[in-house]
Design a protein around this ligand. Sequence first.
Ligand code: URA
Length: 210
Amino acid sequence: MSQHLTVVNHPLVQHKLTLMREKTTSTAVFRQLLREISQLLAYEVTADLPMTTQTIETPMQEMQAPVLDGKKLALISILRAGNGLLDGVLELIPSARVGFVGLYRDEKTLQPVQYYFKVPTELNDRLVIAVDPMLATGNSSVAAIDLLKGAGAENIRFLCLLAAPEGIARMKEAHPDVQIVTASVDERLNDAGYIVPGLGDAGDRMFGTK
Ligand code: URA
């Protein structure tokens, strides 16, 4: 992928996203839609994976058949909302390796602080797809990418559902090599750091918390 940002304008993605934004959508339906949409986004973010061929035998004859090349890719969930995207993506790529990055925001400094970090080995040889539904200020996403690069990752993509222009700019400045794939670029952030029009707090909506 060469461009820094890909917006997935597929009609199914856009329709499902509208249902997710609607405030009356229940937790169960929100979760189901997130699972479906994450598979469509995963299709897009993996569209240019390297391929090779393998000799197989069909019931008719031998053939050279296309298969994915290289090491298994690594999916990294940025906790906690990343887990909602992770589930759907894993259904489509069941052999992927999986890691988790946990960050919280220090109330005084407002900077992200790491509380959990566990990632697959040999990150430098894998395509790494970091998943987090909301790219808002970009602070925690940039910090997560910093940690992944510190662990050796060299080929990273960032998959989200919604992005704010502020978060895209922040990511582009800090990590211009990281491709962002999203279903929508919304208008802006509000004063509380929420994406508008957005869909509210993604973690609360998928887990039924408040
Ligand atoms: N995180 C969310 O869950 N929602 C936003 O709008 C911004 C950050």
